[in-house]
Design a protein around this ligand. Structure first.
Ligand SMILES: NC(=O)c1ccc[n+]([C@@H]2O[C@H](COP(=O)([O-])OP(=O)(O)OC[C@H]3O[C@@H](n4cnc5c(N)ncnc54)[C@H](OP(=O)(O)O)[C@@H]3O)[C@@H](O)[C@H]2O)c1
Length: 290
């Protein structure tokens, strides 16, 4: 709660530090976790710490992350928002294939409803544009499923500003998630979107008041830089906490969703919400300042 709140789609108020439930599966985001009870405990601890936005996808496991969420938390406490995604198939550890075919998305959504034990998904996100399927066709089917009452709000993932704008012609878009952290800049491409494009997306979402869930907020645990380490030392906190505090300060629409299978890391990440960066500290983390 220390990070304040954001209202997704005009009716879902969430605290501005969420939980990414991708890391509670087996290695390579494949199969069950090594410690089932620990995965359940991490999910329950996140909600006990007032995290009320949980990000997942049918492809995490596959199925495993959504099943664990339902086992740990259903019936969901009031105000807990589960944001899931469809649009990928899996063939093994670390292997992901986009599938934005309408029939795949319809079946994927039904699977998520069943596993999460929900009648409607609060935020359903297209996981990634499928280069083999016209983008409007994939988004169009999410609009159709929203009209059918199976989706409350539609979100996107790994998209450009142009794609967000073309999707918004078909359906209101309440959230976007691209890979974004303090090191994001330049031409490096993640899931088809360059870092520079993502910077434009963050500004666009800020202007349009669209929630932005940065994935990889800790660069999968590997985010480090001299400027982050120096400030972490000065503030006597962990570098990852500075990385999350920077995201919270970067834009009021940003809701970080750090992922972890560790209760200690979860607690550390949530505690970042209480770290307020001064103007000078924020400026010191600007990539332009080294
Ligand atoms: N839309 C997409 O295409 C997409 C892609 C990737 C991820 N996501 C979503 O975004 C969420 C976050 O992304 P992510 O999980 O890839 O990356 P991340 O949050 O940047 O990093 C997670 C990794 O960092 C480690 N970690 C977390 N907190 C830590 C801490 N306090 N100290 C040290 N290490 C820590 C975790 O290991 P431990 O388990 O050991 O803590 C984990 O391996 C995912 O869970 C998922 O919900 C979406």
């Amino acid at each position: 709660m220390n990070a304040g709140t954001f209202t997704i789609g005009a009716d879902l108020q969430v605290n501005r530090l969420g939980f990414g439930a991708m890391r509670i599966t087996g290695p390579g985001i494949w199969g069950p976790p090594a410690e089932h009870a620990n995965a359940l405990a991490v999910l329950r601890r996140s909600v006990a710490l007032d995290v009320n936005l949980i990000d997942t996808a049918d492809s995490y496991g596959p199925d495993v992350s959504e099943e664990l969420i339902a086992e740990a938390l259903h019936p969901y406490p009031g105000g807990v928002v589960i944001a899931t995604k469809g649009g990928h198939t899996r063939s093994g550890p670390d292997r992901w294939t986009p599938n934005g075919q309408p029939e795949h998305l319809r079946a994927a959504l039904d699977g998520s409803l069943r596993r999460l034990k929900l009648e409607r998904i609060d935020v359903y996100q297209l996981h990634r544009p499928d280069p083999k399927v016209p983008f409007e066709e994939s988004v169009g089917v999410l609009a159709e499923l929203q009209r059918a009452g199976k989706i409350r709000h539609v979100g996107l993932s790994s998209v450009s500003v142009a794609q967000i704008e073309s999707a918004r012609k078909l359906v209101p878009i309440v959230s976007v998630q691209n890979r974004f952290n303090n090191a994001t800049r330049g031409g490096a491409v993640f899931n088809g979107v360059s870092d520079d494009e993502t910077l434009a997306v963050v500004d666009y979402c800020t202007r349009e008041n669209i929630a932005f869930f940065p994935w990889g907020p800790l660069a999968a645990g590997k985010l480090s830089s001299d400027r982050i380490s120096a400030l972490a030392l000065r503030r006597n906190v962990a570098p990852h906490q500075i990385a999350l505090a920077w995201l919270l300060r970067r834009s009021p629409v940003i809701i970080p969703i750090p992922g972890t299978a560790s209760i200690a890391h979860l607690e550390q990440n949530v505690a970042s919400a209480a770290i307020e960066l001064s103007d000078d500290e924020f400026a010191s983390l600007d990539v332009a300042n080294g």
